[in-house]
Design a protein around this ligand. Sequence first.
Ligand code: SF4
Length: 455
Amino acid sequence: MAIKGTDIVKKLPEGGKKNCKQCGLPTCFAFAMKLASGGVSLDKCPYLAAEVKAELADALAPPVKPVTVGTGATAFTIGDEQVMYRHEKTFVHQPALAVMVSDDEPEADIDDKISKLKELQFTWVGKTLKADMLAVRFNSGDRSKYEALVKKACNAVDCPLLMMAEDTDALLAAHSMCADRYPALYPVTAAGIEKVIAAVKTNPATVVIKADNVEDLALLTLKLKENGIENIVMDPGSRDLLSAVRDQTLVRRASLKQSFRPLGYPTIGFPCFMTQDRMSEIIMASMFIIKYAGIIVLSHIDAHTLLPVLAQRLNIYTDPRIPMSMEENIYPVNNPDAGSPVLITSNWALTYFLVSSEVEASKVPAWLLVKEAGGLGILTAWAAGKFSGDTIAPFVKKSGIEGKVNHRRLVIPGKVARIRGELMEGLPEWDIIVGPGDANEIPGYLPKLVKSWNQ
Ligand code: SF4
């Protein structure tokens, strides 16, 4: 449970009665309340004793520590989660998806996985979705073979790397080959932790610990923290669905509900080790997306298995309080020109993608006007007064569409046919055409409309 402002104020100078205003706030009480909500940093008060500062910093730290893996533009952050259930508020940092290559796999399979990791990406509600990480596993027993694979991986991809080797010496050798990439190292166990601590103190990396149970994980994180290492990810070792759900839930609950700091780190899940069946593996990955994993390691990725997982991840990690929306703009579909029809829709992302994909399917070049409507669908936006004739007419005029087309014909969604009259008043020079009520009617409707204009 996060510390409250009323508890913080008691720890401030003179029991919270100094009120010198040097922090920029009128009173110590105001500072304490703002500090509790994350609106100000501790160092704004110059009078805090070092031990009070350390105590408050610990109490104010996020229950699940944010951990960054990799460097540069492809680095990702996991953790920093605040809630057990996505409907309470929002999940913050989506889990990274990794694909694993092993040094005992055929070269062609490794190349295939690497090229899919680099090339498979999908545009979905305006976002580019793709896997994030390459896991490089030592499984042949031949160190030179593993090192060759590590070298190949480093050269082939610029995404973050997860080095996987049960042999701690092999793991640290791999680390030294790509230390500048700030890789993640797995598994770090009680047996190898001293060596890893020594290496990571020199060359920082994310330490992915593994234990046989959640209790033992806590002992390992305490040891790392004592040594100043906090970029930690945890594997409770569960390798079946039931125990994985149990352990992931236990870890999240302990960190959020019991403020148990030793378990306040992101976790990793290994669907790749839980089943031989690729579809079952995807189901396991779906479970880890919902149940708290920060990194999910897959044995393979293919378009038909990766897309559902990416779409699910996007849905779970979007803020349920904020509708997914598109920017208000003119969107060309199928390379339109000055004679192409103009359609208008609202800026709810799903509405946009349904309409634009149906226009695309019609093969008719067209201009799609997307009007800001609070991220709502057509009828809801109309009911809220955000997709009415009064608001659409000024948008059409300022959008710039009049400079792009040599006609004045605007197709409005059939669901809001009733705004035609208002629009005819607001846009007297435009012919307002009531289009289909459902997007799936567009491919049949648009070619006929254009044909009728050309007759
Ligand atoms: S600077 Fe510190 S002592 Fe002064 S008002 Fe702010 S919190 Fe209180």
